[in-house]
Design a protein around this ligand. Sequence first.
Ligand code: RP5
Length: 156
Amino acid sequence: MPQVGIIMGSTSDWPTMKAAAEVLDELEVSHEARVVSAHRTPDRLWSYPSEAAARGIRVIVAGAGGAAHLPGMVASKTMLPVVGVPVQTKALGGVDSLHSIVQMPRGYPVATMAIGGAANAGLMAAQILALADERLAERLAAWRAALTASIPETPA
Ligand code: RP5
């Protein structure tokens, strides 16, 4: 059973969103990826968050671009934490996506990452799960230690 659901508004979001899947693979966190469009698949928009918790999903990572209603709408249909990823757009550079996702009204928060920040969304999902999973917490600590070790002391 996947613990993290990675959803996106379009297949065109996958090149961005797959960074979340990759980091979850590195951390050995089970996940699934689905296309759930707030506009083009409204029935899926309702059913996915309604059924996610009962299927064992614990965190939803939701990415969308432009009129990016998806993460907020999903947050309105589930008590699971929703991590939002604003996908970069051609017309407005992703600021449109960012504003659509981050400006949630009181009561329905979406933990919003940077524009294109799908890797951090995967890490955030893993950190949430690690609160109740000691072995995952150890893998996360090792992941961070490896990142630190990869940073040179000098620029040359
Ligand atoms: C949004 O519209 C999607 O999240 C995507 O970022 C954007 C463009 O979708 P496509 O026209 O590429 O399918 O719903």
